[in-house]
Design a protein around this ligand. Structure first.
Ligand SMILES: C[S@@+](CC[C@H](N)C(=O)[O-])C[C@H]1O[C@@H](n2cnc3c(N)ncnc32)[C@H](O)[C@@H]1O
Length: 237
């Protein structure tokens, strides 16, 4: 399949290096960087990267020593783009990419020591007004629906003692996600917490004001700046 791509530069862990992205590919964000920094990957371990986008976290996992990485994303063009990015970084022999909903496209026998659970997690309305998700694949009405579905499915893919890395934030119904995560996995460890400014043009959008009023998203204020909180969590099977 031919598609127009552009080049961006990954400046996070193991970087800097160039990545190709297509019209539907998620551009790695601050959360991608937080997740990459939080990743502890044992030599030759198996990693599943759910919501792999450009393949960036799969590539970082392979560079950190993973023996096998399976990346999956529902966005159009994922396999071509992420495969080319992994090959350009010299780790293509250890990563395979798949395109499909959640984990459906993975081989039936797929199991992992680490699942990176980075499927979209902001409310559909926020995705629409921010343009952060070029594929249009956002997290559901509250941004919690898709991550909660991912949590259910990920548990079955983890080896005993394996871990799931989960990013969440106050731009989604974080409480429902954490309740679900605790119900499935028990104790949860916070690896990262970071306050991130929300551009004021976005904070003033009627859709965002509505989501705040409905208590789906929560912002804090520092002077004239509006901030949201991002977290990375670790839970064990
Ligand atoms: C926040 S982005 C993360 C991308 C990548 N991990 C990164 O750090 O750049 C979430 C990704 O989840 C994907 N996604 C959304 N819905 C999905 C679904 N139902 N199944 C698989 N992937 C999905 C989106 O296409 C997007 O690439």
């Amino acid at each position: 399949m031919w598609m127009q791509t552009e080049t961006i530069v990954w400046k996070g862990r193991c970087g800097p290096f160039e990545l190709r992205v297509g019209p539907d590919t998620f551009r790695p964000s601050t959360i991608s960087m937080l997740l990459a920094d939080a990743m502890e990957i044992e030599d030759r371990s198996t990693v599943i990267d759910a919501g792999c986008g450009s393949g960036i976290l799969s590539i970082v996992a392979a560079k950190l020593g993973a023996g096998t990485v399976l990346g999956v994303d529902a966005a159009r063009g994922t396999v071509e783009i992420a495969t080319a990015n992994a090959a350009a970084q010299g780790v293509g022999d250890r990563i395979r990419f798949f395109e499909g909903d959640m984990f459906d496209a993975l081989p039936e026998s797929a199991m992992a020591d680490v699942v990176i659970g980075d499927v979209s997690g902001i409310p559909d309305e926020l995705a629409r007004v921010s343009g952060w998700f070029p594929s249009g694949l956002a997290g559901g009405p509250t941004g919690a629906e898709l991550p909660m579905r991912m949590l259910e499915a990920a548990r079955r893919l983890l080896h005993r003692g394996g871990k799931l890395l989960l990013p969440t934030g106050s731009l989604q119904d974080e409480t429902s996600i954490m309740d679900k995560a605790r119900a499935i996995f028990g104790p949860i460890r916070m690896l990262t917490e970071k306050l991130i400014p929300l551009p004021s043009a976005l904070a003033e959008q009627p859709a965002v004001i509505r989501l705040i009023k409905d208590r789906v998203i929560r912002l804090s204020e520092r002077g004239s700046r509006r901030l949201w909180t991002a977290h990375v969590w670790e839970m064990r099977a």
